[in-house]
Ligand binder design. Structure first.
Ligand code: MOS
Length: 692
């Protein structure tokens, strides 16, 4: 099919696909301004304490080393809005891996040799890095990540649980997880005539521009941040990261461009991660499976310098009808790196616990797990009483069960064996909120009949450029090849972060409005003047409060084989069905869903960050020990969707698809392991040793 005839929703190929596969797409460290220097972070080797001396003589003697930045000579920052950016400003070490020096050299090799030669002395105090349910210092915060109230109560969950004929009371334990995008965090920075330019691997360069301007005390229009191509982020590049600040500091001190690519070893401590959670879920139900009470309590950790609370109990406010509900988060500040966003923060760990508990309830009642969920479909959003703009969960459950041939299963656990393999199937629901953030866009018509749209969107590998071109082309009534798309530069109209599954809805709304306005102007105005015609627009309408509860939903189905000799779990097939509004590009959407499901497979079976209490550090510092799933782990993985016609979203009718694929996947796999073996996993990852 020619692109000219492709409507919105068609599987249009990525605009930058050829550049990427031929290696000509340039990433943040591939800009080579003349005189570029290389920076290498020296991480703290204690988990709590104070730097008493940084001895730099040996490092400065390494050939090629220019300078060593420490708390003594680094440029002073205005107190950054984000405490994780206040690097080299004082002697405090809030966690192991915190930057205590930066070596700047002519080459990467010299910078590394210099960093190894820096001698740092510490006064260290005993550290505390291990989360427990009733940890001393545990407190109830005001809000959890996303601004959600930390505690919500409706009815009397305790009394309803006590009175319920059937109850489940289970505690699920999740360790830390790290985002580990393929491209490590990297920045190339230089100052020229008081203007700071940074090529940064980020999910939103408008945000990075604003925080650098604030930290360095310069006007926003004196800072340009470019994120042209980004090799993944999964939330870890959604906020400004220390390497951007360090590169800008070193560039200011040396008067030269400075380039910092974080070593994979340095990432676990410096770029955020999914905090560990301990989650207690209690369900009370009648014998027919109708829920009387839902209680979801979360204990989690943050760092000593910043409060970040993984909002894992929030999806329980959305999922199932229940007259009584209690959802609560508690948090404790430990001597650990600051947690942050990792794909579907809140929903991914929270739905692991809730959907595992729902499976436990289904088993206790002898009710099919799909049927149990259908019996608890709410008429309105349970916690708020608001109507849903659309709620596609039941459709996903029905369609998924049909496509997966779910009802072929014998519900009896440990009943299917093939040689040494025990086979089982499991399912779980998924949900993710519809989020929209302020963005602006311009659309320009040239006299030759071509168009250019500009918006500071970021393409983190998702296909943002492509879908923006489709949205503009649809609004302009022109083939998408006729539309140039400029994104990834903070000098463009401001765009929101590529996060919260909100990018397409946020940028796309602004692009749609700008393009529509332009089309009207052109229709009125006759011929296009030599300078062209430009229209600009924001997305104020879409970011205004909605009277509707707006969420995407999904259903996951999985079949696993468990080796009775070794405890190895192999995923034979996974199938997800999603209801996420209108799908705008079938090709890139499918990749997003499958990518999310693959990351959920990792969460279930292979990925884990293990806190070493002796060193106060996550033990996995490379991809040899932090096991991201590889192709051999993913054999038969299918994503399907049900297009929804929802008019309470945005002009495109889209909900957001980046994160829902990871939500519920781990529960579906855990439930399949339980069906295969009869053993109920309550912690992740489900490694062989936990099944023997
Ligand atoms: Mo996503 S964790 O909101 O980048």
């Amino acid at each position: 099919m020619s692109h000219a005839t492709q409507p919105l929703g068609a599987p249009v190929a990525r605009r930058e696909g050829r550049e990427k596969v031929t290696g000509t797409a340039r990433y943040a460290v591939e800009y080579h301004p003349a005189g570029r220097l290389y920076g290498r972070v020296v991480p703290a080797t204690v988990a709590r304490g104070r730097v008493t001396a940084v001895r730099t003589a040996d490092a400065l003697a390494v050939p090629g080393v220019h300078t060593v930045l420490t708390h003594e000579n680094a440029p002073r920052l205005r107190e950054p809005d984000d405490p994780v950016l206040a690097v080299l400003q004082n002697t405090r070490v809030p966690h192991r891996g915190w930057p205590v020096a930066l070596v700047v050299a002519d080459s990467l090799e010299a910078a590394r040799a210099g960093a190894a030669a820096v001698r740092v002395e510490y006064e260290s105090a005993g550290h505390d890095t291990v989360l427990t349910w009733d940890h001393p210092g545990m407190y109830t915060p005001e809000t959890a990540n996303g601004g959600y109230p930390a505690v919500r109560e409706r009815g009397d969950a305790e009394a309803a649980l006590a009175a319920a004929p059937v109850t489940i009371d289970a505690t699920y334990t999740l360790g830390g997880l790290h985002n580990h995008p393929m491209e490590p965090h990297a920045s190339t920075a230089w100052w020229a005539d008081g203007h700071l330019t940074v090529h940064d691997s980020s999910q939103g360069s408008t945000t990075v521009r604003d925080s650098l301007a604030q930290a360095f005390g310069v006007d926003r229009d004196r800072v340009t941040v470019v994120s042209e191509h980004v090799g993944g982020g999964f939330g870890s590049k959604g906020t400004t990261r220390p390497q951007a600040v360090l590169a800008a500091m070193a560039a200011r001190l040396t008067g030269r461009p400075v380039h910092i690519a974080l070593s994979r070893r340095h990432m676990p401590a410096l770029v955020g991660h999914r905090a560990p959670t301990i989650q207690r879920v209690r369900l009370g139900a009648d014998r027919d499976g109708v829920l009387r009470a839902v209680s979801h309590e979360v204990a989690t950790q943050t760092s000593r310098i910043k409060e970040f609370v993984e909002q894992a109990a929030v999806p329980a406010r959305v999922m199932y009808a229940s007259p009584h509900s209690g959802t609560a988060h508690r948090v404790v500040a430990l001597d650990v790196p600051t947690p942050s966003w990792m794909r579907a923060p809140g929903e991914a760990p929270g739905m692991y616990a809730l959907e595992s508990a729902m499976d436990e309830l289904a088993c206790a009642l002898g009710i099919d797990p799909v049927e149990l969920r259908l019996r608890n479909e709410p008429a309105v959003e349970p916690d708020s009483g608001r109507p849903f703009s659309s709620r596609g969960l039941a459709g996903c459950l029905h369609e998924g069960a049909r496509l997966f041939r779910w009802y072929d299963r014998d519900p009896q656990p440990a009943a299917r064996q093939e040689g040494r393999w025990l086979l089982g199937t499991g399912m779980a629901s998924a949900t993710y909120p519809v989020l929209v953030s302020p963005s602006a866009a311009s659309a320009h018509a040239a006299p030759d009949g071509s168009y250019t749209v500009r918006v500071n969107a970021t393409d983190i590998g998702t296909g943002a450029r492509t879908v923006i071109g489709q949205i503009a082309a649809a609004a302009l009534g022109t083939p998408q090849e006729n539309v140039r798309v400029e994104i990834g530069d903070s000098d463009l109209p401001p765009g929101s972060v590529a996060g919260g599954s909100s990018g397409t809805a946020s940028w796309g709304s602004a692009v749609h409005h700008a393009a529509t306005t332009l089309a009207h102007r052109l229709a009125e105005g006759g011929t296009v003047p030599p300078e062209g015609v430009t229209a600009t627009a924001g997305n104020e309408k879409e970011t205004a409060a909605s009277p509707f509860a707006r969420h995407a939903f999904g259903a996951h189905f999985a079949e696993v084989a468990v080796d009775t000799h070794t405890g190895e779990v192999r995923v034979r097939r996974m199938l997800g069905v999603f209801a996420a509004g209108r799908i705008l590009n079938a090709r890139t959407a499918r990749s997003q869903f499958i990518g999310g499901m693959t990351m959920g497979l990792g969460m279930a079976l292979t990925e884990g960050s293990t806190m070493d209490p002796l060193f106060g550090d996550y033990a996995e510092h490379d991809l040899a020990s932090y096991h991201v799933p590889v192709c051999a782990d993913v054999t038969d993985l299918q994503a399907h969707w049900i297009d929804e016609d929802d008019h309470h979203l945005n002009p495109m009718g889209s909900k957001g698809i980046g994160e829902i694929g990871i939500v519920g996947t781990a529960a579906a796999l855990g439930n399949a392991v339980r069906h295969a073996t009869g053993a109920r996993p309550r912690s992740l990852p489900i490694t062989p040793d936990t099944l023997l």
